[in-house]
Write a protein that binds this ligand. Sequence first.
Ligand code: FBP
Length: 546
Amino acid sequence: MEKSALQIARAAYQPKLPAGLRGNVAVKEGEPTQSVGNQEEIKALFPNTYGMPLVEFVPTDEAKEYAPINIGIILSGGQAPGGHNVICGLYDGLKKQNPASKLYGFLMGPGGLVDHKYIEMTDELIDEYRNTGGFDMIGSGRTKLEEVEQFEKGMEIIRELGLNAIVIIGGDDSNTNACVLAEYYAAKNYGVQVIGCPKTIDGDLKNDQIETSFGFDTACKTYAEVIGNIQRDANSARKYWHFIKLMGRSASHIALECALQCQPNVCIISEEVEEKNQTLDDVVTYIASAVAKRAAAGNNFGTVLIPEGLIEFIPAFKALIAELNDLLATEEAKTVGVAGLRAFVLEKLSATNAALYESLPEGVAKQLTLDRDPHGNVQVSLIETEKLLSEMVAAKLAAWKKEGKFNGKFAAQHHFFGYEGRCAAPSNYDADYCYALGTSAAQLVANGKTGYMAIVKNTTAPASEWVAGGVPITMMMNMERRHGAMKPVIRKALVRLDGAPFKEFAANREEWAEKTSFVYPGPIQYFGPTEVCDQCTMTLKLEQGK
Ligand code: FBP
């Protein structure tokens, strides 16, 4: 593969490791743990993997002998910067323990385990992908690992390759499934360990044990760079309002972090919209008021950040989507062609939901009926909320103009930032964090752990002070209703309105709305002073009180 000068320099970057993972490693175990909710139910569902202690890796003078082991690794779900470094950290950790150990990569996600598609990792392959973005080394996929048949199919290849463990790199759903798999293999006494790693740019896999999911840092910095560039353009030409939708599926963490970094005029936080029971018209009025206020001061330009999951948090839309989900799952719906779908939906929906559906621009209404992803989620990345909102703001401003309440000009540009950031070359934070996660995973396997997720804490401090270890996945679980049934799942972390990042945003947003307080963060820097290159997100700093 041809490489740029930056790529060559970047390939040589040696990720920083926590002290506990650098030399000889000892294991420090804590007290037995409890799940965050529904303890009795979770314990009954996970008799073999419930209650295990937290694990921390600490330095020791004693060298340990490691028997050779074989591991299979899987990348699951959406791409996130740093995934390759998890693999590199795992590979280096394994080879350091015993050069005869082997690492296999299952291809194109969890489906690779079921379909027996894999490659063996070599020094050459690993070196090709050090510190690179993307998941292209082995590919990713969204196949859900949840059926016994899949677990047994996976066992066939696990036996054939003599694997001691599977490492699954994924978000909350994939790690929940990793835990179910760990429990199943433990119950069957198959002698295979399962370890998870916290991944997702969405930033919604975090809790007392997981400081952040990897990829969030790089993705936000990448979006913030481009938002900053747009803001500078807006401030130069002074003629456009930019409506920028940001990925994040449900949670608004990405939008909030970008707002903290860039200080846009408006940023909508879905969790707040839901909490305050706001309607679409409330959101539109809020944006239009900001536009009108700035216009009164002669500023006919600005930026609006919109989290991609917004629609699902507006209570009326939530009800509509829930009814659509049930309706589209019926046999009758499957027989209606694309052409007849709108009429079919309008006929079957309840009166309130039908009225809302009918009031939507046809494009948006159609997007709400598109295929769900394998986890049953509406594919929010396909819904053009940024256009819907700007059209509605334009209509409101036109009405206000007639009433003499708006005197300015309003011209909108639209953007959607998601795929642009998911495969960016990892920041130093993500490169280091991921490499440490992979190295931790190697240690968890070597120490016979299963049903654990690799973790690294204290990451607002310099990397040498980071603390690596493992958390039992059951500790992060509770029971939630999913597709009509109660299921054990890892609790998803949405933006907390009582959390420090949101409070910081809320304390400043009025000023940002009116004035032009834009910040232009600039591109991620890989080489240079540590205060420029090694900083974590503002969200994490604020959450940790730094
Ligand atoms: P993961 O949670 O699997 O990491 O994926 C996150 C995400 O990037 C969301 O932000 C986005 O809504 C979704 O994936 C897009 O999915 P797809 O890659 O299938 O288009």
